[in-house]
Design a protein around this ligand. Structure first.
Ligand SMILES: C[S@@+](CC[C@H](N)C(=O)[O-])C[C@H]1O[C@@H](n2cnc3c(N)ncnc32)[C@H](O)[C@@H]1O
Ligand SMILES: Nc1nc2[nH]cc(C(=O)O)c2c(=O)[nH]1
Ligand code: SF4
Ligand SMILES: [Mg+2]
Length: 250
């Protein structure tokens, strides 16, 4: 592929955070040591988004336009030789065709790559990601799922040669969200399926934040236990939020 400066894959990447090592706090790889790269910009506006600074303008002065090589250098500067896994999140990293070159550079160094996306947009580099988390948004987010786009993404990932892990992870705040999630699982029964506890306090934190998140998690486990159409699903909390609250960069 050409790396000339006009080519989309050679454009710099808008980056808001490079951090780690920490643990993957969510999903199939929960607890796994990883570094994070958080890109700026999102095509959604979820009411409860815990990373609003990626799209609401509040951190626009912190956005750095970095080349793939600069990102790899920074990951190695802060992570040393203590990591072999990088999670790319956002915002929506799937807005950025130029992440192709970053995935190439990371794989050249033997680093495994995970991506977090809501499943609204496609880029060809997604087939080269080792762990893809698709997180379509339930009614409580205020967003509407484009199921045609999600169908295309799931079927392209399933048809692509090579090995990768794909899962669907849905944030659950209430019964309507659960109804939506069950419909998504019916639509993609072969894709590993995770229900994630919703965190309603993303701007401020009350003293009982952890206790209230654990109550929500307990409710989610209870509901999952009762549902005969979710026999093979998982219920998980956001582990990093239980440990560090809403702190950024962890
Ligand atoms: C900040 S998003 C960035 C990636 C992508 N835009 C997405 O939504 O999948 C990363 C993950 O955090 C989840 N998330 C965001 N706000 C949350 C909240 N208040 N409670 C629980 N999970 C949340 C999202 O659903 C997503 O799975
Ligand atoms: N530790 C940790 N785990 C995470 N898993 C998904 C995250 C995200 O914001 O995409 C996230 C995050 O921000 N921190
Ligand atoms: S899709 Fe992800 S980053 Fe975008 S607003 Fe929703 S939770 Fe936030
Ligand atoms: Mg997060």
């Amino acid at each position: 592929m050409s790396e000339s400066s006009n080519h989309p894959s050679a454009r710099p990447i808008p980056v808001l955070e490079v951090f780690g090592p920490t643990i993957q706090g969510e999903g199939m790889a929960i607890g796994r040591k990883t570094m994070f790269v958080r890109t700026a910009g999102c095509d959604y506006r979820c009411s409860w988004c815990d990373s609003k600074f990626t799209w609401d303008g509040s951190a626009k002065d912190e956005i750095r336009m970095l080349s793939a090589d600069e990102i790899v250098t920074e990951l190695l500067e802060i992570g040393g030789d203590s990591f072999d896994h990088v999670t790319i999140s956002g915002g929506n990293p799937l807005l950025l065709p130029q992440i192709a070159l970053l995935t190439q550079r990371l794989h050249e160094k033997g680093i495994r790559i995970a991506v977090e996306t809501q499943g609204s947009r496609w880029q060809d580099w997604l087939v080269r990601i080792d762990e893809v988390t698709l997180s379509p948004k339930p009614p409580s987010s205020g967003m509407e799922t484009d199921f045609e786009a999600l169908d295309t993404i799931v079927s392209r990932l399933q048809a692509a040669p090579g090995r990768r892990e794909v899962c669907i992870k849905i944030v659950i705040f209430d019964e309507d969200d659960l109804t939506y999630a069950r419909g998504v699982h019916r639509r993609y029964p072969d894709v590993p399926f995770i229900l994630q506890t919703g965190n309603p306090q993303v701007a401020h934190e009350s003293d009982d934040h952890v206790a209230s998140l654990l109550n929500r998690y307990e409710w989610l486990i209870g509901r999952l236990s009762e549902l005969s159409d979710l026999k093979d699903a998982r219920a998980l909390p956001q582990l990093h939020t239980l440990v560090w609250g809403n702190k950024r960069g962890v």
